[in-house]
Design a protein around this ligand. Structure first.
Ligand code: ARG
Length: 273
């Protein structure tokens, strides 16, 4: 029997909009603590109902974005490549993440000085390839360095729309050769790279992309997204997936949704390691 999938999450006890580092964030639109907690809990429970084992990172006061564990780093087998965050506000999360991973048997790896890299937010496996978003947060050199370390081919994709500032906001591998994406978030070259390497693609429409349709958590044939993505859900059903909608509006205020709130510890569904 396949071992149950393992996902790292961090409860939103100290979540909030305390600074502005992407166009979704505005300190004048703060989050509602109780609602955020309920929404997070619903995502947590949806995942545990699907057989996922949730690991918890303890929240830390003063680190409102620690909830977005996708950005902690990139996990490859027993190696944890700790993010080198572009903004100092988030760089303070790194020691917390590293302590957790070290305590849970991972080898901690550091990106070279000056190479920004925001972990699984910007680097997603689909089959044998590592799709790598760069320019807004991560640097292309960071991705290349990572590819050399793990012996995988890296396909860099320039992100051109500030609203889709991490790759996981506009691209979601479902299985080897299958993904969800939002084409306008890429330049022409990036679109060609995706189209030529992934034969089956679902394009999210603009309205649903802005509801973070592409920021999905994939567990086997189950796909969890924010609410308000009915076209995506129809398309997923046609392909034999079961969509699940969990309202995550409180996290949209920080520019995050389902996928950002999770970090898969045992390899994403679409990854061939
Ligand atoms: N406020 C956070 C930031 O801008 C949101 C991160 C969302 N995470 C993600 N993987 N897209 O860094």
């Amino acid at each position: 029997m396949r071992p149950s999938p393992r996902i790292l999450m961090c409860p939103p006890d100290y979540y909030g909009i305390e600074y502005e580092i992407n166009p979704w964030m505005s300190r004048s639109r703060g989050s509602h603590g109780d609602v955020a907690r309920q929404q997070w809990q619903k995502l947590h429970d949806t995942l545990t109902d699907l057989g996922v084992q949730i690991e918890r990172l303890a929240p830390v006061r003063g680190l409102p974005d620690l909830v977005f564990t996708a950005n902690a780093g990139l996990v490859y087998r027993d190696r944890f490549f700790s993010s080198r965050f572009r903004y100092p506000e988030r760089a303070r999360e790194s020691p917390i993440n590293e302590a957790w991973f070290a305590a849970h048997g991972f080898r901690i790896e550091q990106f070279p000085e000056g190479c920004y890299h925001e972990g699984a937010g910007d680097a997603l496996f689909c089959g044998e390839n590592l799709f790598a978003g760069y320019r807004i947060r991560s640097d292309v050199r960071g991705h290349q360095w990572l590819g050399e370390q793990i012996g995988k081919r890296v396909l860099p994709l320039e992100l051109v729309n500030p609203y889709f500032y991490h790759l996981d906001t506009c691209f979601c591998p479902l299985a080897p050769g299958e993904a969800i994406w939002y084409p306008p978030a890429f330049d022409e070259y990036g679109r060609r790279v995706i189209e030529s390497h992934i034969p089956r693609l679902i394009a999210a429409n603009q309205v649903e992309a802005k509801r973070f349709a592409c920021n999905a958590v994939v567990v086997g044939r189950h796909v969890i997204t924010n609410t308000g993505c009915p076209d995506l859900a129809d398309q997923l059903r046609r392909w034999g997936y079961t969509p699940h909608a969990v309202e995550l509006d409180e996290f949209l205020k920080a520019g995050g949704s389902a996928k950002c709130l999770t970090l898969r510890l045992d390899g994403e569904e679409a990854a061939i390691w």
